[in-house]
Design a protein around this ligand. Structure first.
Ligand code: NAD
Length: 591
């Protein structure tokens, strides 16, 4: 999945300028429930943001050569930039007055998005969201209950049977392109909102926002692939197939890539002609709510995209079981996916599951270490290891083991960890203190099992949910740290004797999402691509996703594929039509 880190998307900035200024105004009067004072703040904010629009956020992932430009893009004021705290001092970051003003309106109250507009929740429940990197308040977000889900499904059904059902493919394509344009035009706000909400490094999030836009664009074009076929079957019979949208899709996404996971889900569903009720994680609903607002602005009819943040076991489970929902698409943990599969069994609901991973990264003695070491560091620590495709099990050929562990650990320890909004940061905070406790608990389990902590291994002090890049050596594949998805910046390094053992260990886990192989022997690369059981394999390349290429899992990493033509198929039913074209009745029994 995740993918942005998965790809580098270079978009020419000058091609992205148009429309940003126009969008500035549009964003402000959509804020729900404002007081008079807040309105004045908005005017100031609007003025400031107009200035900032002269320094657009770049869309390529934060490669080293872009660092200087990135700094200018998000923080125009050089003095304020200096005020940002150095990495070691991130525990003192508390936004109140310390950090520079941001592009996004903070303290905003976000409603639900149902039937083309922002609405208050029937339950009246509104939660305070905080920034994981600082513990400071970020925004308030409404939570949907059962009555809200009913309303959203009803709106989705009405849109399916009404305007959206009548919208021809070329018009759907135009609207998806328009939504991609709107995301690009609002990339600065979306990037900062996501960065502050999730705590991930802005250099990563910029790529993820870019990939989200690209994803809508790719599906806007892929609509052209939706077609039935005619099949000659003899006699005077014309036989052909129709492709029809599966109906109302319930989509549930996790907190680790909120905008990108939503884009991965929304775009193929809309391309296929479905309508959607999407439930983001209750902690990270902000960017997807903004995307829904943008969808309405560009003309996607009311009811086509509905967003209902809420808790999984209550709101999520109710949505999955709703009789008005025809298909469920879920991304999240294997445990939750298994529960959702159970809920879908009795009503025989269409289902696709993108689940967890414990992906291997195989390093052979003939590998080019100048590539393999930094890329392997990236492959686990991107998004602080909170990626389904994190290559969290590094398998190293025995003669290279000690050298590799040392070099990898030194590189990991040099990473820039800290303030997510600093353009130079490579790893931000984890999603929450609670999640950090879980990650650390698993590291402690590893210690007890006999693993040696080479670097990291202790939570960082302070209000932010920071955890350092951690390397566990001396690990055996049977240990919990080698089998369980830690979902944090923790890697296990395991030795192997030969190719056969490398493949055996790589496959000796319940997951099968991604894998990477480092070798200078092309034959071995292709051989292992066939032998390793996972949905995606990289040979001498850490990336795992790109718009248009299937992403998904073997084994308990789920079923179905995202990001590709295969995904559109998951939102389509195929109907076979037989037509008699003969001159006389067929009358099979001669009655
Ligand atoms: P999670 O399973 O706890 O939650 C995911 C989503 O499901 C959230 O929106 C949550 O509210 C909802 N949910 C929870 N219980 C539910 C229930 N009973 N019914 C309906 N909805 C419910 O997962 P998480 O911790 O938020 O996300 C991390 C997991 O997601 C990891 O396992 C990771 O590997 C996986 N993931 C997979 C992919 C992929 O493409 N394969 C991508 C990203 C994340």
């Amino acid at each position: 999945m995740e993918g942005a880190h998965l790809v580098d998307v270079d978009v020419h900035e000058d091609a992205l300028e148009d429309g940003e200024a126009e969008q500035e105004d549009g964003q402000q009067h959509r804020l729900p429930r404002k007081s008079a004072d807040e309105g004045e703040d908005d005017q100031e904010e609007r003025g400031r943001r107009k200035d900032e629009s002269e320094h657009p956020v770049g869309l390529d992932r934060g490669a080293a050569e872009n660092v200087e430009a990135d700094k200018e893009e998000l923080h125009d004021d050089a003095e304020e930039e200096e005020d940002r705290q150095p990495v070691e001092e991130h525990s003192r970051l508390r936004h109140a007055g310390i950090l520079p003003p941001m592009a996004v309106v903070t303290q905003r109250e976000f409603g639900l998005f149902i039937d083309g507009e922002t609405v208050e929740p029937a339950s009246g429940e509104v939660r305070e969201l905080t920034e994981p990197a600082t513990g400071a308040p970020l925004a308030k977000a409404a939570m949907a209950g059962e009555a809200d889900v009913d309303r959203a499904v009803e709106a989705a059904r009405a849109a399916l049977e009404g305007p959206w059902g009548k919208t021809p493919p070329n018009e759907r394509s135009r609207l998806l392109h328009a939504l991609a344009d709107a995301i690009v035009a609002n990339r600065k706000e979306l990037t900062e909102l996501e960065t502050r909400n999730v705590g991930k490094a802005v250099s990563s999030v910029k790529g993820e926002v870019a990939v989200s836009a690209e994803n809508f664009r790719w599906y806007a074009s892929a609509i052209a692939s939706i077609a039935g076929r005619t099949t000659p079957i003899g006699g005077s019979i014309l036989a052909y197939t129709l492709k029809e949208p599966v109906g109302v899709a319930a989509q549930i996404v996790p907190w680790n890539y909120p905008i990108m996971m939503a884009a991965w889900k929304l775009a193929p569903a809309l391309a296929a002609g479905c309508t959607v009720v999407l439930k983001p994680d209750p902690a990270t609903p902000l960017t997807v709510l903004r995307v829904a607002e943008l969808a309405a602005e560009v003309g996607i009819p009311a009811g086509v995209v509905n967003i209902v943040p809420g808790d999984g076991p209550t709101t999520g489970s109710y949505l999955v079981q709703h009789p008005g929902v025809d298909k469920v698409a879920f991304t999240g943990s294997t445990a939750t996916g298994s529960e959702i599969m159970r809920l879908c069994a009795e009503p025989v609901k269409r289902l696709s599951l993108e689940l967890g991973g414990k992906s291997p990264n195989l390093v052979f003695a003939d590998a080019n270490l100048a590539d393999a070491v930094p890329s392997s560091v990236y492959a686990i620590y991107y998004a602080a290891g909170q990626s389904c495709d994190a290559r969290s099990r590094v398998l190293v050929e025995r003669p290279l083991y000690d050298e590799f562990v040392n070099s990898f650990s030194e590189t990991a320890a040099e990473m820039k960890v800290g303030d997510p909004l600093d353009a130079e940061t490579q790893m931000g905070s984890l999603i929450s203190q609670a999640h950090r406790d879980k990650v650390h608990g698993l590291v402690e389990t590893g210690r007890k099992e006999g693993a040696e902590v080479i670097t990291g291994g202790e939570p960082t002090d302070g209000d932010g949910a920071f955890y350092p890049p951690t390397v566990l050596a001396g690990v055996e594949n049977r240990m919990a740290v080698a089998q369980e998805e830690i979902f944090g910046p923790v890697v296990t390094v395991i030795p192997f004797e030969d190719e056969a053992e490398a493949v055996r260990i790589a496959n000796d886990v319940k997951y099968g999402l991604t894998a990477t192989v480092w070798t200078s022997d092309p034959g071995r690369g292709h051989r292992l691509a066939r032998q390793i059981k996972s949905g995606v394999i990289g040979i001498n390349l850490p990336n795992t996703a790109f718009p248009g290429l299937p992403f998904g899992g073997y084994k308990q990493s789920g079923f179905g594929r995202e990001g590709s033509l295969e995904t559109i198929e998951m939102y389509l039913e195929t109907k076979t039509v037989f037509v008699s074209t003969g001159g006389k009745p067929v009358n099979p029994w001669g009655l």
